[in-house]
Design a protein around this ligand. Structure first.
Ligand SMILES: *[C@@H]1O[C@H](CO)[C@@H](O)[C@H](O)[C@H]1NC(C)=O
Ligand SMILES: *[C@@H]1O[C@H](CO)[C@@H](O)[C@H](O)[C@H]1NC(C)=O
Ligand SMILES: *[C@@H]1O[C@H](CO)[C@@H](O)[C@H](O)[C@H]1NC(C)=O
Ligand SMILES: *[C@@H]1O[C@H](CO)[C@@H](O)[C@H](O)[C@H]1NC(C)=O
Length: 951
């Protein structure tokens, strides 16, 4: 009866089948899935607890730990009297609560002597100081001024520095200085006088953690800015710093006020000085004042000052620069008796908590932590994909008709669902942990960024998984990548962001996977930090338009890479993971095909062939000309050359095999291991392409129509490829749907097929609970579902107990009726029971082909006569046998027992019986037997002969 072929399952059907299977599968892995999704919650809860703990701790410490000295240098209690009275108080703010930080007179930031502005070829202004000796501290420090009313500005410029002549200055400072000023003297009253003076420093080291202007302690020198300097005098003045009277050396420096016509000129000049005409020697301006909006009735001044010199942690010395101009303004407007005094500056009082956790824990642990957290799913995804590849589940599904597109789309959807849930948990718990990074930045931008990243991550994982074939290596590499990318972000990208690296350089680095995530996170963290400090917002949607914002570039990079990775992953995808990519394979086959044809294959091969093989070849040649639909498998001198590895020469694994299998025939393929059976099956199942020749399955060419062939093909691999947590019904339902069975037809097929392998009673049990035999039978049932035209069974009954084996054999015999089956086995019993025809495959080619009787007749053709008698009669027996059967050959002899082989031709069994009856009368024969050759004998003989001819 002709059976109608099923239409190939549509993409939707395949996707639906895989989806249902995956849902069933993932449901049973619910705990693991929930664990994955909730893992960020766990981390955040830990952070929340830790943060609460640190809060409590620091509050407690804050209450308990006052700094030993107050701002007047007084010990807060008797214990610290000595600490506060001697030397410079060593306040370590990490250890104590700074209620009242030290005061110090504010300083002007002055350029270092060697950089101070002087007339030069690129700044040829007459009013700049002439070539002063820059290294001799003799250069004035220049200020630029502009205004709409020059005479008004001139008044301000004249009043800028307190003009003291040398004796006035001595008076001013010495009056306050006790005769022998030494440490610990109460001289707080010097401050009002000092605040009249414009003091400066050219220091720009990092601030110490002493809450103190370090220029006074060791950073010196302290400059006294004057209109004119009396160079012969150097001053020592007692400064009341940090409760100490520290005699300070003052160096006079000329503050040169220079008029400029417009603020544009000022800008240009500052920039020129900064660039130093491309030389290292800079020409720096101290500060510049734009009084364009000021007049007698209004004081509105714009001040330029150098802030680039200040690393984040240094003191920004601006207050005195502001005070100078304001004071001068007051004097010119109200007369010289009016002044604005700026007595001192000091840092904000700080508690331990504010010092330790300037913001919150999340910002403290930084972007690196979030890089880890955001990528935790990467190994999960890679492992998932690689697992299906490693366990060959992927190829198994493919061989039963699951298309790559359906596989990838459903897998992608699953990963995306898991990732999205992960993201939701991440955002909810992040917000709950009160981290500013979550609360300050717009949720819209956050969601967009994280969602883009997660998609990027899936496609990255898909790409990465094409390089791995085992879960172990994949895991190790993935986790290493996660930690590596966090650290690399911290130590490579982060420093680049701080410096003047060009945007192009940064973008190039961000192209490397992992860095874009770090950049995005650091952008969030940057915005939330500044938003937190300014009391405003973090990163908002509008900020994406800002050119200084790195987020937009990051998003574009991620989307571009996402697409690229998907395309490349599809291109590189090899479901089998056996290293023979399709593209390279077909190329190779062309090259090697030529080599092979040069070897004059037909001549050399056909000479060695027996008549049976030649007949099969003829049949195939006939079928090539007149295709016959009764033949399901037609294999036309198929050749496979395996590329030699590690310098070995190429190996011809299959040497021009021709074979024609009609429907309803089971072909048993026997052969020693390494004979090329697996290579042959690999070609039939689409694992690899033939080097030359081809095979037609149901009229379809394996080189071109493999995807169609999959729909009418069943495979029972040597090792059971099952999902431990799925039931037999779920397995068959999945594979049945791939074969385009539907509804009632599907249910019926499932039950029938399970009944035939006697598994109906355990239909809803998970495969993991099956015994080895049950799994084996389920595998066979899977291979048979959906009425495939051809089924490949690879050692179907290995490891089964006799009862199970019988069930299986019956099922296969039943199934054989309307399809072709190719069976490979090492069990001769199985081969004989199931196969209609047998072929022995040795060293890449069929040595013989035929029914088991034919083979036995041809290669066996012998009877084996075994005789056991008294050992002293051995010779008699031998001569007797030889007499009757001249062609006999003794093959075995051990004290009394002898074995003789004789060709069947010319031997009548009855004559052997007659002989033995007579012999028994004369001799002392204890036992005898006559046996026909078995298939095993044939196999051994053929294999041996073939090997001998090769060696
Ligand atoms: C310019 O400033 C001088 C002195 O400060 C003042 O007398 C004069 O009126 C000002 N001129 C204008 C046009 O404002
Ligand atoms: C230090 O001087 C201030 C102001 O002159 C005064 O109030 C204070 O008592 C003095 N302290 C000591 C220890 O002499
Ligand atoms: C001060 O001057 C700036 C321009 O330099 C101007 O934008 C601003 O409105 C002025 N402020 C006042 C209060 O006049
Ligand atoms: C600011 O100070 C730094 C450090 O001395 C210097 O390198 C830079 O050129 C200065 N910038 C300007 C505009 O003077």
């Amino acid at each position: 009866m002709e059976k109608a072929l099923h239409e190939p399952a549509s993409f939707i059907t395949q996707a639906d089948a895989l989806l249902k299977k995956n849902i069933a599968y993932q449901k049973r892995r619910m705990k693991a899935n929930i664990g994955i999704v909730l893992s960020p919650a766990l981390l955040f809860i830990m952070i929340i607890i830790l943060q609460g703990f640190i809060d409590k701790l620091t509050t407690a410490i804050d209450k308990a730990t006052e700094c030993p000295c107050d701002d007047r240098g007084m010990a807060i209690n008797a214990t610290f009297r000595e600490t506060c009275a001697t030397g410079i108080p060593n306040i370590n703010p990490i250890m104590c609560r700074v209620r009242s930080p030290q005061k110090w007179p504010p300083l002007v930031q002055v350029p270092k002597p060697e950089f101070r502005a002087a007339r030069s070829t690129y700044m040829p202004f007459n009013d700049l100081p002439d070539l002063c000796t820059k290294d001799n501290y003799s250069c004035p420090t220049a200020f630029l001024v502009t205004a709409t009313n020059r005479s008004f500005a001139q008044g301000l410029m004249d009043n800028m520095f307190t003009a003291l002549n040398s004796s006035q200055l001595m008076e001013a400072v010495q009056g306050q200085m006790p005769k022998n000023a030494s440490a610990g003297t109460n001289v707080t009253s010097t401050l009002p006088t000092i605040s009249d003076l414009a003091l400066g420093t050219d220091n720009m080291d990092e601030k110490t953690d002493m809450f103190l202007e370090y220029s006074f302690l060791e950073g010196g020198p302290i400059y006294l800015l004057q209109q004119k300097c009396f160079k012969e005098v150097e001053y020592m003045i007692p400064l009341n710093i940090a409760n100490q009277t520290i005699p300070q050396e003052l160096k006079c420096i000329e503050g040169l006020m220079i008029w400029r016509d417009s603020s544009l000129n000022i800008s240009n000049e500052i920039a020129q000085g900064f660039l130093g005409n491309g030389k290292l020697q800079a020409n720096e301006i101290t500060a510049a004042y734009d009084l364009s909006n000021s007049g007698i009735d209004k004081h509105n001044v714009t001040i330029w000052y150098n802030s680039t010199s200040q690393p984040d942690k240094a003191i920004l010395r601006v207050p005195r620069t502001v005070n100078l101009v304001s004071n001068s303004y007051l004097k010119s407007v109200k007369g010289s008796r009016s002044k604005i005094l700026l007595d001192f500056v000091k840092e904000m009082p700080q508690s331990i908590k504010t010092q330790l956790l300037k913001q919150d824990f999340g910002t403290l642990i930084g972007s690196m932590f979030f890089v880890f957290l955001m990528q935790l799913l990467l190994p999960v995804i890679i492992n998932n994909i690689v697992y299906e590849k490693q366990q060959k589940l992927r190829i198994m599904m493919k061989m039963h008709g699951l298309g790559d597109a359906a596989y990838w789309i459903i897998s992608y959807a699953y990963f995306l669902v898991i990732s999205s849930l992960y993201l939701i948990v991440f955002m909810i718990f992040g917000t709950m942990s009160k981290m500013t990074m979550f609360r300050m930045n717009s949720y819209k931008v956050q969601f967009l960024f994280y969602f883009t990243h997660l998609n990027w991550q899936i496609s990255f994982a898909m790409l990465a998984s094409t390089f791995f074939s085992t879960v172990k290596t994949a895991s190790v590499v993935a986790y290493t990548y996660i930690f590596g990318s966090g650290l690399a972000g911290q130590y490579i990208l982060n420093p680049m962001l701080g410096t003047n690296s060009s945007e192009i350089q940064i973008i190039l680095v961000e192209l490397i996977p992992g860095f874009s995530l770090y950049r995005g996170l650091s952008e969030f963290s940057k915005y939330s930090t500044s938003g937190f400090e300014a009391g405003g917002y973090g990163l908002r949607w509008e900020d994406l338009r800002d050119s200084a914002n790195g987020m937009r570039a990051v998003l574009i990079i991620m989307v571009a890479e996402w697409l690229l990775f998907l395309v490349v992953a599809c291109f590189l995808d090899r479901p089998a993971g056996d290293g023979s990519g399709k593209a390279s394979d077909s190329k190779r086959s062309k090259v090697l095909g030529k080599t092979f044809s040069r070897m004059d294959k037909l001549n050399s091969l056909i000479e060695m062939e027996g008549a049976d093989i030649a007949a099969e070849r003829n049949l195939v040649e006939q079928l090539a000309q007149h295709p016959d639909s009764r033949y399901t498998v037609v294999c036309e001198s198929i050749v496979k050359v395996l590329k030699g590895r590690d310098g070995n020469p190429d190996k011809i694994a299959v040497k021009g095999l021709s074979l024609a299998l009609p429907r309803a025939q089971c072909f048993g393929m026997l052969g020693p291991t390494g004979a090329g059976k697996t290579t042959l099956l690999n070609m039939f199942t689409g694992f690899s392409c033939p080097t030359s020749g081809t095979a037609y399955i149901g009229g379809m060419d394996i080189r071109t129509d493999m995807n169609l062939i999959y729909y009418s093909m069943g495979v029972c691999p040597q090792h059971d490829l099952l999902w431990e947590t799925l039931t037999a019904r779920e397995h068959l339902s999945f594979y049945g749907k791939l074969k385009n069975l539907k509804d009632e037809e599907l249910n019926q097929a499932i039950e029938e097929s399970l009944k035939s392998v006697n598994l109906l009673s355990v239909i809803d049990k998970q495969a993991g609970q099956y015994s080895g035999g049950m799994k084996r039978r389920l595998s066979v049932a899977i291979s048979l579902i959906g009425d495939p035209q051809v089924v490949y069974l690879d050692e179907p009954s290995t490891g089964l107990d006799p009862a199970s084996r019988q069930f299986l054999w019956n099922a296969i015999t039943q199934a054989k009726r309307d399809r072709a089956i190719i069976l490979t086995t090492h069990s001769m019993e199985e081969a004989e029971y199931l196969s209609d025809r047998l072929g022995i495959f040795v060293d890449g080619s069929l040595q013989c082909i035929g029914t088991s009787q034919e083979l036995k007749a041809k290669y066996g053709g012998l009877f084996v006569l075994t005789i056991t008698a008294q050992s002293n009669q051995d010779e008699q027996i031998e001569s007797m046998v030889k007499e009757h059967f001249p062609k006999v050959r003794k093959t075995y002899h051990i004290s009394g027992t002898q074995k003789f082989e004789m060709p069947k031709k010319g031997v009548k069994i009855s004559s052997v019986f007659d002989l033995m009856e007579q012999a028994k009368k004369k001799l002392d024969i204890t036992a005898w037997g006559l046996a026909d050759t078995t298939l095993e004998d044939v196999f051994i003989k053929v294999a041996r002969r073939a090997n001998a001819s090769v060696l």
